[in-house]
Design a binder for this molecule. Structure first.
Ligand code: ZN
Length: 181
């Protein structure tokens, strides 16, 4: 009798647990597919303001007026700017935006890979190119220029052999002075 009760209980529990399991499993699969999809999206380079806007939409990011202002400015300027520069320039253009909004939007956009964020000793700078690239730092003007450099395959192989690390991306910092005209 006691074992019958136990069997009954076990069956009852199974009935309850199973649909939960199935749902949970479907959720995991769905999450995995979504992550794969977002990975594929993240690997496609953003090459224009339209691409950047489209990326926000694909990522389900709300495109507020302020967020659009920031993206427009970065694509117009094609420079690496601090949050303070961005705030000043937008307000000079008559596009009213608060400090907090600038910081929060820059944070959200760089976190999701829509814009670039570089850490410098004197703070963070933001740029419009978000896929891996290199920088030429001009020591005369403090300007940072974006360049796409492709290293020869045998050089990459040498680095891999020396370190045992498979290289998937790289970014080089060049420093120098403007060539005399
Ligand atoms: Zn850059």
């Amino acid at each position: 009798m006691r074992s019958l009760v136990r069997v009954g209980l076990t069956l009852g529990l199974l009935v309850i647990i199973q649909p939960l399991h199935v749902n949970h499993f479907a959720e995991i699969i769905q999450e995995y597919l979504l992550a794969m999809q977002q990975d594929a999206i993240a690997q496609t380079p953003i090459r224009s303001l339209d691409d950047a806007v489209e990326r926000c939409q694909t990522l389900g990011m709300r495109l507020s007026k302020q967020r659009r202002f920031i993206l427009e400015l970065l694509w117009q300027a094609q420079e690496h700017l601090s949050a303070r520069d961005i705030y000043d320039r937008l307000n000079q253009q008559g596009k009213m935006i608060g400090h907090t909004s600038v910081y929060q939007n820059l944070e959200a956009l760089s976190e999701r890979g829509v814009i670039e964020c570089i850490e410098r000793s004197d703070g963070r700078l933001y740029g419009n190119i978000s896929d891996p690239h290199s920088h030429v730092n001009c020591l005369d003007t403090q300007q940072i220029m974006d360049v796409h450099i492709e290293l020869p395959a045998d050089l990459l192989r040498q680095v891999e052999e020396q370190t045992g690390v498979r290289i998937t991306q790289y970014s080089i910092d060049f420093y120098g002075y403007k060539a005399a005209q």
